[in-house]
Design a protein around this ligand. Structure first.
Ligand SMILES: [Zn+2]
Length: 371
């Protein structure tokens, strides 16, 4: 529980989302001067060609990301940016590219523009980056001094991104309001600076991401499958990216993300996406909190309809006592599950995981017979 009643709210300076916005990048970088653009390796050929057209002879430097967010890569990119006299740093791509961009801009005290290539997590709007060794071993997360100057989302790029990434983003966003309510109940700190009490704005934003998912989630997924931008898709891109991001930063996290961290104790879960592990964490949180049947029904039916993981088997985990104990202990040893408004220990987490797995199976069976 917090020892102060001071409340705080934080966010990127600006957020812009719409079709074709990537091609307007020169307009956004012009006020700062020469841009250094770090681009995801997989997307480099296509997006670099688009940038060359967009800058139309104007000066910019593009840097191909080598694939790992580590100190060595940050050093390599920083040397290029300095040599090129870059004035604004732009990161284009997935989580690791964007985290590397955050750390590079921070190290060089440069303005930062973040351009996500999918709506798979809410990380683009946070000032937190996850760092690894050059071999991809997790080291920890680092907070940079300030949030991005601009988060620029091209909804046409998102509309053509892989379906699995978009669904995972909805899993991450679906947790936001549930966790915000838990944090509100226990009066735990948010992620602004050293951690403050949440503002009314933070709570309202967390709630908005929830409402949008249920109103537009299925239609947004249908649009993404066709590769087209509709109003429903725009709404869910905003929910997954801006609302979920501002929601979690400004309110805090609880069991759903705590279980996510607990699941990482098992190597077989490493190939699953952040939002996929959070999704099973949501089921565990519903059980742990003994949520109202109407809420459970609403969440579980939605998860089954969009195909989010709801059981241990969905994450490649065999439901043995040893494996569940490993997840429960890592979860209970972490801080997030203790942001619930009641006592939580590893025994209660163990029970919640087992019951959540059964609940997930039940709803999956129900969804299969309704098809
Ligand atoms: Zn998350």
């Amino acid at each position: 529980m917090l020892s102060s009643t001071t409340r705080a709210f934080g966010s990127p300076l600006r957020y812009v989302q719409g079709p074709g916005e990537f091609s307007r990048l020169p307009q956004y970088t012009a006020p700062y001067g020469k841009a250094c653009v770090l681009i995801d390796g997989f997307l480099y050929p296509e997006l670099n060609a688009r940038l060359e057209k967009a800058y139309d002879g104007g000066e910019f430097t593009s840097i191909k990301f080598q694939g790992e967010c580590c100190d060595e890569e940050i050093g390599r990119i920083g040397a290029i940016a300095r040599e090129q006299n870059g004035c604004v740093f732009v990161g284009v791509g997935g989580g690791k590219t964007l985290d590397t961009a955050k750390l590079c801009a921070d190290a060089m005290n440069m303005p930062l523009i973040i351009v996500p290539s999918s709506a798979s997590t809410d990380a683009p709007v946070s000032e937190i980056a996850v760092i690894y060794t050059p071999d991809g071993e997790y080291i920890g997360s680092r907070k940079v001094k300030k949030n991005a100057d601009l988060v620029l989302v091209d909804s046409e790029i998102i509309a053509k991104s892989p379906r699995r990434l978009f669904i995972a983003g909805m899993g991450d966003a679906l947790a936001t309001w549930l966790e915000a309510q838990a944090v509100d109940g226990s009066d735990s700190p948010n992620y602004i600076g050293a951690g403050y009490r949440r503002s009314k704005a933070g709570m309202a934003i967390a709630r908005a991401s929830w409402d949008i998912l249920f109103a537009d989630g299925l239609n947004a997924l249908a649009a993404l499958e066709l590769g087209v931008v509709t109003e429903a898709l725009e709404n869910v891109i905003e929910a997954n990216t801006l609302l979920s991001g501002l929601g979690f930063l400004n309110t805090g996290l609880a069991t759903a993300h705590g279980i996510h961290s607990g699941l990482t104790a098992l190597p077989e879960t490493h190939k699953y996406l952040h939002g996929e592990k959070v999704a099973f964490g949501i089921v565990c949180q519903l059980v742990l909190e003994n949520s109202d049947a109407s809420v459970v029904d609403k969440v579980m039916n939605f998860m089954a309809a969009i195909g989010l993981p709801m059981t241990l088997a969905d994450l490649g985990v065999e439901a043995t006592p040893e494996k569940i104990t490993a997840i429960a202990e890592k979860t209970a040893n972490g801080p997030l599950v203790h942001q619930e408004p009641f006592l939580v220990n590893s025994e209660r987490v163990y029970a919640a995981i087992l019951a959540a797995d059964a609940l997930g199976k039940k709803y999956k069976a129900k969804a299969a017979t309704n098809k």
